[in-house]
Design a protein around this ligand. Structure first.
Ligand code: ADP
Ligand code: ASP
Ligand code: MG
Length: 424
């Protein structure tokens, strides 16, 4: 007997037939004698609809910024998961499986106060362990918990993955299965490159980079938790026949295992390519070149909660002034420009230019640590396709390149091919 946490994403629970199909996956594990807890997302498209409702509330005359209170945002957007949890419990009961739905606060899944992007602070596993003892399947609404202010908090987009891994850690589950609309983690997004290959295993570090650099198959925080708590996490498909051979395999279920580096025998130099669209580049011209300038620019941006990513500072030609270029998410451009404008006199710079619609493509692989020339290969391949590179950042196991948005797909496919990742 094993203890398994099963998570089903939005497309897997998009309608009643799919919820019924999900219930069959759950029933398979229950009938095999395992202790099972399930985490569900909202039905596909539901969270987007709820977010839009909050954001599109008519504005007060004269104000130019949308206004909403993050606590009420959470009250609205957390509702999607409540519906699916109840529906899946109904489906399971109708199949004769003992099941009950729970919202985050009932477990409780305790979070911090960062409404809209809360982090899980604590989950007491004993509540769920009691349900296991009673032979009951707990169906838990993902994406949500309860904050210290006694209000519902949500975990940021894609947060149900994190709910699942955190619950798996709290109950010391043998496995956490993330069921989604693809049958594993691929060398790149299979929707962009049909030649992408499914990886049997990927290391925590590489998955962390892939997720932070745009591969939305897992929320970044879920990978962090899996890594810290050593949760055996699989990404697998909910669309396969629940009773197909091998689906109930305990040690080697079909899908991709996220695991320690040493578990991977054949390590490639490059494991995957990720991309993030909707980046914007902001350039400050003729910034005075003296100590404290970078702090003067980036501290106020950080205080305004603007996530600055790539930063490039040019060498000052005259010893007096320099150019500073950096990227922020497109959605933060107007906020960033307002902050910069406010600090223009104290910092001292001339013009601000900005360019929306950039993309960041990234090459990821642990093997890069010990191989030279990986970056040069990317630059040459992009040059051969006449794709202009706007900025570059590197770390031990990744190279990120900023390019113009319309070239995203071409760049991803080019890099995928040049590193030998294409399926033959
Ligand atoms: P869910 O609703 O199940 O949480 P998501 O849409 O959040 O599913 O994540 C699954 C999607 O992630 C896939 O449909 C795929 O398009 C995308 N994706 C991006 N990069 C990758 C990758 N490297 N491997 C697999 N899927 C990826
Ligand atoms: N429903 C939430 C979202 O769409 C959480 C999730 O699906 O993981 O972001
Ligand atoms: Mg998701």
């Amino acid at each position: 007997m094993a203890r398994i946490v099963m998570k089903f994403g939005g497309t897997s629970v998009a309608d009643l037939d799919r919820i019924h199909n999900v219930a069959r996956h759950v029933k398979r594990e229950v009938e095999a004698g395992h202790e099972v807890a399930v985490v569900v997302s909202a039905m596909s498209g539901k969270t987007n609809e709820l977010v839009a409702w909050v954001q599109n509330m008519p504005k007060v005359a004269g104000s130019n910024a949308p206004f909403y209170d993050a606590r009420e945002y959470d009250a609205v957007v957390a509702s999607g998961e409540q519906v699916t949890a109840g529906l899946l419990a109904v489906a399971l009961q109708s199949m004769g499986v003992n099941a009950r739905s729970w919202q985050g606060w009932q477990i409780p899944i305790k979070t911090d106060t960062a409404h809209g992007a809360a982090r899980i602070a604590d989950i007491d596993g004993s509540f769920l362990i009691k349900r296991f003892g009673e032979g009951q399947v707990a169906v838990i609404a993902g994406f949500q918990g309860i904050a210290p202010d006694n209000r519902i908090a949500t975990l940021g987009r894609g947060g149900s993955d994190t709910s699942a891994v955190a619950i798996a850690a709290a109950v010391k589950a043998d496995r956490c299965d993330i069921y989604t609309d693809v049958d594993g983690v691929y060398t790149t997004d299979p929707r962009i490159e049909p030649k992408a290959r499914r990886l049997p295993k990927i290391s925590f570090e590489e998955m962390l980079e892939m997720a932070s650099l745009g591969a939305k198959v897992l929320q970044v925080r879920s990978v962090e938790l899996a890594m810290v708590h050593k949760v055996r996490t699989f990404v697998r498909s909910s669309f396969e026949d629940p009773d197909a051979p091998g689906m109930g395999d305990l040690l080697n279920p079909p899908g991709t295992l996220i695991c320690d580096e040493d578990e991977i025998v054949e390590q490639q130099v490059v494991t995957g390519i990720a991309y993030a669209k909707d980046e914007a580049q902001i350039s400050l011209r003729r910034v005075s070149d003296r100590p404290g300038v970078a702090a003067g620019i980036f501290l106020p941006l950080a205080e305004a909660n603007i996530n600055v990513d790539m930063i490039v500072q040019n060498i000052s030609e005259d010893g007096k002034s320099t150019d500073m270029t950096f990227t922020v998410p497109s959605s933060d451009v107007s906020k960033a420009l307002a902050v910069l404008e406010k600090n223009r006199d104290t910092v001292g710079f001339d013009v601000v230019q900005h360019d929306d619609g950039m993309s960041k493509v990234s090459v990821i692989g642990i093997g890069m640590r010990s191989h030279a020339g990986v970056a040069a290969t990317a630059f040459k391949a992009l040059a051969d396709k006449s794709i202009n590179i706007r900025a570059i950042t590197t770390s031990e196991i990744k190279i990120s390149i900023l390019i113009d948005g319309p070239y995203t797909e071409l760049a991803v496919r080019t890099l995928h091919s040049v590193y030998g990742l294409d399926k033959h």
